[in-house]
Ligand binder design. Structure first.
Ligand SMILES: Cc1cc2nc3c(=O)[nH]c(=O)nc-3n(C[C@H](O)[C@H](O)[C@H](O)COP(=O)(O)O)c2cc1C
Length: 64
């Protein structure tokens, strides 16, 4: 909810959003489904999920 509240506090028209998260393995789940409603006008890219156990070696993946 805090992410949705953050998004709803700003104007995203013409902006590009790249979602990212860490998790134990669940990934984004359904959390991306409502992003367009909270950030109207934004282009929302595929984004990146990194498992918590792989964070230490993920810098190249994040940079890419
Ligand atoms: C209370 C709590 C419950 C969590 N439950 C899950 C879960 O059910 N599934 C999952 O994929 N990640 C879950 N996570 C997230 C991962 O444990 C965590 O994001 C991941 O290991 C990366 O750690 P970091 O967010 O501290 O970088 C939970 C985290 C917390 C604090």
């Amino acid at each position: 909810m805090l992410i949705y509240s953050f998004l709803e506090a700003y104007d995203w028209d013409g902006k590009t959003l790249v979602p990212f998260c860490t998790s134990g393995g669940s990934g984004f789940g359904r959390s991306l489904d409502k992003l367009p409603d909270s950030a109207p006008g934004a282009a929302i890219l595929e984004g990146l999920h990194v498992s918590g156990s792989r964070v230490d070696g993920a810098s190249e993946e994040v940079a890419a």
